[in-house]
Design a protein. Structure first.
Length: 213
């Protein structure tokens, strides 16, 4: 599983046995590479970074990016970069795209799924940005923000999957895992609702295989 503490926390909601592993892949953007191709490539590369996986175990990798217009925004390099990113996002709509890649045992090629969510940011002030950066929360997050941060509350609205904006679209993960014969179904919509206190409008359609979110 990804080394992201937030993703591990989300998976732990289902009481799964999880081992974290980090990958040192190069996250450069190739010339002319489209955002969805980029994020899927990174998730796939992360999933392939581990070997000697027990036959019935799953490797789950994910990557999240923020896309403002044609610009791909990853994690900030430093505090000044975080300020720049949050200033650019202020008051504007953008896309959050998360790709997941899942493989079982020594399977070479992962199964990949992707989730897209539209997010509209509020008109926060420069002073609010500075206080938020001082908290340290933006520094390890794509787009330099956490939508669930109750102090900063960066977003005024979103359309799609809030779990994906947090780093892991759980219903997309569930429908991907259901493609493996040894996987036992998990009621992620109910688990997600219980933990996020949010009534998702797309979960049933995602699990039914619709290309939404």
């Amino acid at each position: 599983m990804s080394s992201s503490p937030r993703r591990r926390e989300m998976l732990a909601w289902a009481n799964w046995s999880i081992n974290l592993a980090s990958s040192s892949i190069n996250e450069f953007i190739r010339m002319g590479e489209q955002p969805e191709d980029y994020v899927k490539r990174l998730a796939a590369a992360k999933s392939k970074a581990l070997d000697k996986i027990p036959h019935k175990d799953f490797v789950i990798a994910a990557d999240t990016i923020v896309v403002l217009g044609e610009l791909i925004l990853g994690k900030p390099n430093n505090e000044a970069h975080a300020f720049q990113i949050l200033s650019e996002l202020r008051g504007k709509p953008h896309k959050v795209i998360t790709a997941i890649a899942v493989r079982q045992g020594e399977q070479e090629e992962p199964k990949i799924d992707i989730c897209r969510t539209e997010v509209k940011m509020r008109e926060y002030s420069d002073e609010e940005i500075i206080r938020y950066i001082e908290s340290g929360d933006p520094m390890d997050k794509a787009g330099a923000y956490a939508i669930q941060n109750h102090c900063f509350q960066p977003a005024v609205n979103f359309c799609g999957c809030i779990a994906s904006v947090m780093g892991l679209p759980l219903c997309h993960l569930e429908r991907t895992l259901r493609q493996f014969s040894h996987y036992q179904k998990t009621n992620w919509p109910q688990i997600c609702k219980a933990n996020l206190k949010y009534d998702c409008e797309i979960s049933e359609r995602v699990l039914a295989g619709e290309n939404i979110g």
